[in-house]
Ligand binder design. Structure first.
Ligand SMILES: [Zn+2]
Length: 186
């Protein structure tokens, strides 16, 4: 079984920084435990913005400067950063070096979902994709939907206890929306 765990946007700004929440802080160690024992590839995503963020569409609707490339807020949280070390993955070509061996990689993305991640899942024919991280109702749902669009025959499963959202209510709302789109909620 080819399995991929996607850890969405577990960056300082979303956990302890300018957009951090108690709920996000509470899932960090559980994600660490899950990722450490996961028997498949692991993809981290990083929300990535640049100077001029406030002039982007996202910045106009969410005028909180966050995840600026190269800043501390952009980095993966300290508890998980050791797990993000790239293994068996060529960042330039976004391909696995040896397709048959375990890989760990990071996809930087300028918006909620990563097209590169969706394409990557398709290229390697993952049979099961698991998602966790933040925010359930923004970047987790976006990447789950993208994964499903690129891979209709792949089981997409969101690990609800390893996700957090802006509010507990928006977390529940997002899980319901994903269920409706045949994403498994575990
Ligand atoms: Zn953002």
């Amino acid at each position: 079984m080819k399995k991929l765990l996607v850890v969405v946007d577990m960056q300082n700004d979303f956990v302890t920084g300018c957009l951090g929440t108690k709920e996000a802080q509470e899932i960090v160690n559980d994600i660490k435990d899950y990722a450490e024992s996961f028997d498949g590839d692991i993809a981290f995503t990083k929300d990535t913005h640049f100077d001029g963020y406030l002039d982007t569409q996202e910045g106009k609707k969410l005028p909180v400067v966050h995840c600026i490339s190269g800043t501390e807020g952009w980095e993966i949280v300290p508890e998980l950063v050791a797990l993000t070390k790239t293994v068996n993955f060529n960042m330039d070509t976004q391909t696995k070096v040896n397709p048959d061996e375990r890989a760990v990689m990071t996809f930087e993305k300028v918006t909620f979902g990563s097209v590169e991640l969706g394409e990557f899942i398709k290229r390697y024919g993952y049979e099961e994709v698991y998602l966790c991280g933040v925010c359930t109702g923004i970047c987790v749902i976006s990447n789950a939907m993208l994964a499903k669009a690129f891979n209709p025959e792949t089981t997409i499963r969101v690990l609800s206890k390893l996700c957090a959202c802006v509010t507990p209510q928006s977390h529940v709302t997002a899980l319901e929306a994903m269920k409706t789109c045949q994403i498994e909620v575990a």
